[in-house]
Design a protein around this ligand. Structure first.
Ligand SMILES: [Zn+2]
Length: 279
């Protein structure tokens, strides 16, 4: 049991809102029409205040993965996130799609991201959440170079943090695992994310699914982790522009109320959870 949770706690619990605003539409989806920019505006102007109010009601400090494009575009809303005491994780400069970039561009944007965290947050980020949860072959080296404590983008486990290893690829004879990179991974899951299930993107994503079905799945996964993964961590990713829609946030609140009813759940930021790791 490598996480040493506080006494009496059996499962760590984290909410990670991705405050993407307009950056994901521009950076990942290459959609920059006034219509998609308006959806990003909804994220900042309507979704974020609703999510902040709900997290305050349930006394939850989360980890807001925020592209620096959002910090610069919506400074007043980002200031409210900071003022509420949430952790800020690195989430790229403009939600750039890392696997499709050349190494020099990826390195330059990481350096810019760090500098803009120092400007808008006042310090360097300890955690990284890759935009669209994908890596290039040089991403781990950049995380080491910039001194990240943890990453939360990969899916090699579900409820147990782990150290991703180097992998030598060989299609004909099988891949070989090497030494760990040395970055603690707090895993994520597309099944524990609202966006791909609930957003409609013409020609790309055909949703939306039922929020009630989605929350039922989150609840099943949470209950399973609580019963079977003692000492682990459950982290849920939400996007304020998505979960902040009226019918979504009502269902989200029911899920948080269910979590709050369980004894022995430690609600914390990813940084706090990473700090309990004992080798
Ligand atoms: Zn994102």
């Amino acid at each position: 049991m490598p996480l040493q949770l506080p006494p009496g706690k059996r499962l760590a619990f984290n909410i990670q809102p991705h405050f993407d605003a307009q950056s994901a539409w521009q950076g990942t989806f290459k959609l920059e029409s006034p219509a998609y920019l308006a959806r990003g505006e909804f994220d900042a102007e309507v979704g974020v205040p609703r999510v902040l109010a709900l997290l305050e009601k349930y006394d939850i400090k989360g980890t807001f993965f925020t592209p620096t494009h959002t910090m610069a575009t919506f400074p007043a809303q980002f200031e409210k996130v900071l003022a509420a005491g949430h952790e800020i994780g690195a989430h790229g400069c403009y939600h750039e799609h890392i696997p499709s970039m050349d190494p020099d561009t990826e390195a330059r944007l990481m350096e810019l991201t760090i500098a803009q965290h120092e400007k808008y947050v006042g310090k360097r980020p300890r955690g990284f959440g890759s935009p669209a949860w994908d890596f290039s072959s040089t991403t781990f080296e950049l995380l080491l170079k910039w001194g990240f404590t943890y990453d939360s983008s990969l899916m090699g486990r579900d409820f147990q943090p782990y150290f991703p290893r180097k992998i030598s690829l060989d299609l004909e004879n099988g891949n070989t695992f090497g030494e760990p990179w040395g970055i603690l991974e707090i895993p994520v899951s597309w099944y524990l994310d609202d966006f791909p299930h609930l957003e409609f993107i013409s020609g790309v994503v055909h949703g939306p699914s039922s929020i009630d079905d989605l929350v039922k799945g989150w609840t099943t996964q949470f209950d399973y982790a609580y019963e079977h993964e003692e000492g682990g961590v459950f982290t849920l990713t939400v996007h304020p522009g998505t979960i902040g829609r009226a019918h979504h946030i009502v269902a989200f609140e029911k899920f948080l109320a269910h979590v709050r009813e369980r004894e022995g759940v430690w609600i914390a930021t990813l940084g706090e959870i990473a700090d309990t790791w004992v080798n």
